[in-house]
Design a protein around this ligand. Sequence first.
Ligand SMILES: *Cc1c(COP(=O)(O)O)cnc(C)c1O
Length: 497
Amino acid sequence: MESKNSHFLSQTRSQAQTHTTFIQAMLDPNADFGGLYTFPTITPFDDITRLYELEYRDICKEVFKQLHIDIDSAILESALQSYNTFRNNNIAPFVKIEDNLYCLELYHGPTFAFKDMALQPFSKLLDSVATQQKQQYLILSATSGDTGPATLNAFANLHYIKAICLYPKGGTSEVQRLQMTTQDASNLKVFGIHGDFDTAQSTLKTLLKNEKFRESLEKKGYKLSAANSVNIARIAFQIVYYWVIGKELFKQNITDFSVVIPSGNFGNALGAFFAKKLGLPITKICIASNPNDILTEFFTTGNYDIRHKTLYLSYSPAMDILKSSNIERLLFAYFGAVRTKELMESLDTKLFFTLTKQELAQLQETFEAQSFSDAECLHGIRNAFVNGYMLDPHTSNAYLFAKQRQHATQETQVIISTAHFSKFAKAVLLALSSSNANDIESLNDKEALHRIIQIIQQQYHTPIKLDSAITELFTKKEVHTTCYEPNTLQEHIITWL
Ligand SMILES: *Cc1c(COP(=O)(O)O)cnc(C)c1O
C-alpha cells in the first residue's frame, strides 16, 4: 500500500496530508498544533538479510530509501563520510560480554557519546543543503552534557552555519564542559547559563519562539534552526546502527534478539522501534531509566504523569528528564494523529495523560521498562568492571536491566552503550574505589581519571591509556568562559553574529 506521496512526512497531531519533505522538516522541525514530523506507515524490507551483507554507510542508504527519504545521493554520501572521523573503523563496534549478552558501542565518535552517531552526518547534511540554498543558518542547542559537545564538534568550521550551545554552568561533568569551552572554531559560541538544565532548555525554547529575535537574525542574513533530538533527521540516522546487531548476530546464526537501551528523550529507543518496523527481528525493546522513572512508569502503568515529579540530578544526567519528547512519535505510530493530539494536549495542559488498558497492552507487546537508583547504577559499573567490561553510568542502567532479565529469559540481549566511561570520571571512580564520596568530590576529572586508570591496571594487569582527545582537554585553553544571565542572551547572540 504505497501512497504516491509517501516521501512526504506525517505530522503527529494532524491527519492532514503534508507536503513537507524530510529536508524541509530537518530545516524547520515545528509541525502543526505543536506536533512533530514523523514517518508515515513504514513498509518492512522484503529481504533483510540483503542488508546484512552491506557496510554501515550502505545500510544507511538502504534504510533511507525504504523510508522514502528524498536526499540527493551525493549529498547523503558526503554526509556519511563524517563517520571517517570515528576512532573505530566499525563505527559501532559489537562486543560480546558474556553468553547471550552483547554490547553495541555507540561512543567511538569524536565526543565519546552516542550523540555523535546522528549529529556528525546530520550537520554535514544541513551544511550541504544550506550551501545549495546559499542560506546561512544559526543552530541553537541546549545541553545537559552530551548534545553540546557533539553539536559543536559536528558544526565546527562549516561555512553556512553558526552554532550556539547553551549549558547550565556547574551542571555538566568537567570533561563535558571542557569539550565545549575549548572549542575554538570561529563559527561556534558557547554560553554558560546561571541555572540548571531546565533553565537552559527553556531559554532555548523562548528564543526559538521569539519573533523579534527571528527578525533581527533575518536582518543579519540568518535563519534559525535547532539541533535538538526531536529533529527527524537525527532520528533517521539512529535507525541505522541497530542493523549492525542483526548483521553481527546473523553471522552466528542468531536471528532474533532484544535490545536494552538507557533512555531519556527516547530518541535512541525510537530508532530501535523504527528499525523493528522495517523488519529487523527485535523481540523486545527494553527501556532502562534512572531515578527519573517517568518512562518506566509510562510503559508499566500507561500513565504519563509529571504532576508530582521533580527532576532528580542523577549520575546519568543525559537521562534526567520529565518530558520525553519522542514518546509523541511512538503514540502516533500506534494510535494515530487524533489520539496523539488528545494525549499530548492533556500532557501540555494538565501535565498528565493515561492510556487505555488495550493501548497499554499493545505497547507492552514490544516494550518493557525498569528504573534503577544511583546506588544500583554504581553497583552495575563495579559488577561489569569485575567481569572485565567498563561501563559509563548511563549504560550501567541498561546493564542492570539486562542482568535482571537474564534470569527470566533465554533471549539474546544487546545493551546499547551510549558513552565512554571517561566522560563521567567521578561517578565511575565512586563505583570502583573504596575512597569516600567527599574525597572523590574534591578531585578534578583529570585526577579522578588518573585513579581510575590505576584501578583498571591493577585489576586487569594490562597497561591502558586514555585517548589523547580526552587528556588534551586538560591542557587546552578554555575560550568560552563567561557566564550569562538567561534574559541577556538575545542581545549577546546578535552582537556575536
Ligand atoms: C542522550 C543520552 C542518552 C539518552 O538518549 P535518548 O535518545 O535521549 O533517550 C543516554 N545516554 C547518554 C550517554 C546520552 O548522551
